[in-house]
Design a protein. Sequence first.
Length: 130
Amino acid sequence: MSVLLVAASWWGFAWVQDHGDLTVTDQFRQADRQPLGNDGRREVTVVVPQQRSVLTFDVDLDEHYRSQWCLPSTTFDVTTAGGTVEEQGERRVKIRLDPGRKSLGLVLTVRTAPGCYVELDVNHAVLQNN
């Protein structure tokens, strides 16, 4: 019975490692961290350590200058090399990855009022099979 339990546990662990959700927030490589104004672009490379079909991530936007009030009207767009943007909400993005990708290139473009500057960061990213 013990051998069967150990074998089942090992198989379950191996399956989750190969097919389960994988947090990759620390795999986002940003070219710079400068604040972004209107039409400001941030190039990001995401390392894909294990094959999954979907990348989902949340974008965190914050006022660069505390005296501004830019966020209510600020939006962002995502373009990608290596996948297809399937969903883009107010702060969440879902990308279907091309098969066999080891990395993914993203361009995040901010749309805000003239004179406004915002900080943009990725605060949660997960690779999934679905």
